[in-house]
Write a protein that binds this ligand. Sequence first.
Ligand code: SF4
Ligand code: SF4
Length: 442
Amino acid sequence: MAYLQQILFVLTLAIAVYILTRRIKTIKGNIQLGKDLDLSNQPSQRFRNMLLVAFGQQKMFKKVIPAFLHLLIYVGFLVINIEVLEFILDGILGTHRLFAPYLGGFYNLLMNVFECLAIGVLVSCVAFLVRRNVLPIERFKSAEMTSWPKLDANLILVIEIILMVAILTMNASDQILQGRDAHYTTTGPLIFSGLLVPIFEPMSTSSLIIVERFAWWFHIVGILAFAVYVTYSKHLHIFMAFPNTYYSSLKPKGEMNNMDSVTNEVHIMLGIQADQSAPPAEVGRFGAKDVNDLSWLNIMNAYACTECGRCTAECPANQTGKKLSPRKIMMDTRDRAEEVGNSLAKGGKGLEDGKSLLGDYITQEEINACTSCNACVEACPVNINPLEIILELRRYVAMEESGSPASWNSMFQNIETSFAPWKFAPTDRFNWSQELKEESNS
Ligand code: SF4
Ligand code: SF4
């Protein structure tokens, strides 16, 4: 029986690792659909950002209560993984509570810490479920948060609650078995699962063994399934937040990326000496029509998005009823990257499927509503930059399709011909000073 359990466990583990590895490869490939970008500069500053923003959750603490509850889930997730290691080793070796004899009294302390965290996770998940589904918080009720995104957000919270209940059930039944059967390793008293002991006490030993084994299997298979599920879910941010914050922009927020080819043209137009020795800049497509025109960082941003909606809540365009949600921009970018990646994996048409990010996912109406204020970038707890994608899409519409609104086009034309947004000849630019001079003379 023990051997059968070991074989079954190793098989389950192997299947989970196989699916997980394939999925990680797919996500990596999808991110690599984006254009190359060298971000190897300033590693110490990048590492600092990652520690503060991803590990330290610095930006989350703008809202203290949700930040604290989120921290409980996050710490619970990190620390309970130590117990998962014991589960995995027990499963492979056919042992039970492998670490207990080596850690002595410390094992009891560790188990009690795990249980405290399990209760913390449980309470936080219930609070988040209520906040998401009962409280009137606008950002959880937006149009893009229906169907799968809503289900996904709720599912993960429910799964975490069930997993925590399983671990407490296992510990409670295990504690009773320790008193009845010398084969069960003694853990010492456990605070929270100890409260459940009276529920299981009347059960026979054979029934308790079944409960304990069922809870053990449920917990570990649940964790493995959870690990696979996370790669299809917005909860991928628990891993992606780290590389995402590491590679996030170190430039001041208002600084936009110039296109070298356009910058050279402008320099020539303004009579600024361009570097003659520099090789001509590669032109390619101006701006972005599809995911392959974006950078790999833009696509990685999309995979790191937690769908929290803090960006959308701060967006002035969204607040004034415009059809723009920076969260949707990120969700659409990820969905399109997934669509192209899945198609390529099946030998399909990939980017040549007749669809594109602009048009089929994101409309011109959405991107035209953006004021380029950067509020979304500032609000994002994992340093995502939806504005950069919007600007690239808008750049494509303006430069490749001349599809900007008429008022914008006349402004562009003025800049081209008069070097200013207004329709005045450059020679008239200082007329205002002439008028001032005349006034002061009179
Ligand atoms: S930069 Fe654009 S998308 Fe972001 S908050 Fe401002 S208006 Fe909204
Ligand atoms: S872009 Fe950032 S702020 Fe906006 S939904 Fe995603 S994680 Fe939240």
